[in-house]
Ligand binder design. Structure first.
Ligand code: TYM
Length: 324
């Protein structure tokens, strides 16, 4: 791949899980190491669209900062920052709100799901979440946006917004592609018909100690649903394909095809593989969290770099639409 501009973010709403890692963070590190021009950030403004505690929010944000770095993001190689530090994102999001038909936002699957889940607190931010996301993306004029399967619809909307803007005001934005090695959705351990999210025993957190990983996997549901293949089994095999050795993958696939797969064995092997895989990560992260001044400095430097690019785009946008 030629040198590309890449943009992506992760919400600051709790500790990251293995779905966030495989769907997003792991690919961020790979793209960084391939030498692309990457903008990676923490979507703290998106983090406040669902109920939150102010003290928890700042703690969660720092936690995600340390997670990015411990997972291998190098602030000298990429532009790494907090979304709320770059005010231009919110301004561009407002402009996008004014050209995006309400119907486009109302049909977003995540909006419909979240609105159901948070019946008593359906705020306007939940609805306009994708226009802020479009601003996060388009402000850096990227070629590609690495995300997990659940965010594809939002990246598509950013293309719709780019097209609408370009059509009305003249060619300004590229239409960025979704970047996914293959569509990836890690499912909940307790209900594998739902995607893994940031709450309860359903998620394997990147911070989980080996004992905890073991405990959660042991409890993972493997029951089949109405005579079909067990979605829990598929999910565990998907995890094995990401964390297991070639030999383990071959052996368990073989056992699966012969109908002699033992879940207890699969869970044991997987627990050990995942615990080992994240051993360095856990140590590095603890060390980083003990250096809050360093984390603040990294974010300050990243914000400077991001702001230069964001300001240039916003100036161009304002000129195009006649804002002085
Ligand atoms: P968030 O924090 O919900 O998810 C962050 C990334 O993790 C992926 N992901 C998963 N992948 C596989 N299986 C899962 N179970 C799973 N759960 C989450 C998501 O697809 C995502 O890539 N709106 C974004 C944050 C954002 C953003 C952006 C992303 C804000 N602005 C601009 C890209 C570009 C989100 O919900 O992240």
């Amino acid at each position: 791949m030629n040198k590309q501009t890449i943009v992506s973010g992760i919400r600051a709403s709790g500790k990251l899980h293995i779905g966030n890692y495989l769907g997003a963070l792991k690919q961020f590190v790979e793209l960084q190491n391939q030498g692309h021009n990457c903008y990676f950030f923490i979507a703290d403004l998106h983090g406040i669209t669902t109920p939150f505690e102010p003290k928890e929010l700042s703690k969660n944000t720092l936690d995600v900062v340390a997670t990015y770095l411990a997972a291998g993001i190098d602030p000298n190689k990429v532009t790494f920052f907090l979304q709320n530090h770059i005010l231009e994102h919110a301004t561009l999001a407002w402009i996008f709100n004014c050209i995006t038909p309400l119907g486009e936002l109302e049909r977003m699957t995540q909006y419909k799901d979240k609105a159901k889940e948070h019946k008593t607190s359906i705020n306007a931010g939940l609805l306009t979440y994708p226009t802020l996301m479009a601003a996060d993306i388009l402000i850096y004029k990227p070629n590609a946006v690495p995300v997990g399967d659940d965010q594809v619809q939002h990246v598509e909307l950013s293309r719709v917004v780019a097209r609408k803007f370009n059509h009305r005001f003249g060619k300004t934005f590229p239409e960025p592609q979704t970047f996914m090695r293959k569509p990836l959705r890690i499912m909940s351990l307790t209900d594998p018909t739902k995607k893994m999210s940031k709450t309860g025993d359903e998620a394997l957190l990147l911070d989980d100690e080996p004992k905890e990983i073991h405990r959660k996997l042991k409890k993972a549901t493997t029951a089949s649903v109405s005579g079909k293949k067990s979605p829990g089994e598929e999910n565990l095999m998907l995890l094995l394909s990401n964390f297991g050795t070639d030999e383990e993958i071959r052996n368990f696939m073989n056992a699966q095809s012969r109908g002699i797969l033992k879940y207890s064995e699969l869970k044991e092997v997987l627990a050990k593989d995942i615990a080992d895989y994240f051993a360095d990560f856990r140590e590095k992260k603890k060390e980083l969290l003990s250096q809050p001044d360093y984390l603040a400095e990294v974010l300050g430097q990243g914000a400077k770099k991001a702001r230069t690019a964001a300001q240039a785009t916003l100036t161009e946008v304002k000129q195009r639409i006649g804002l002085l």
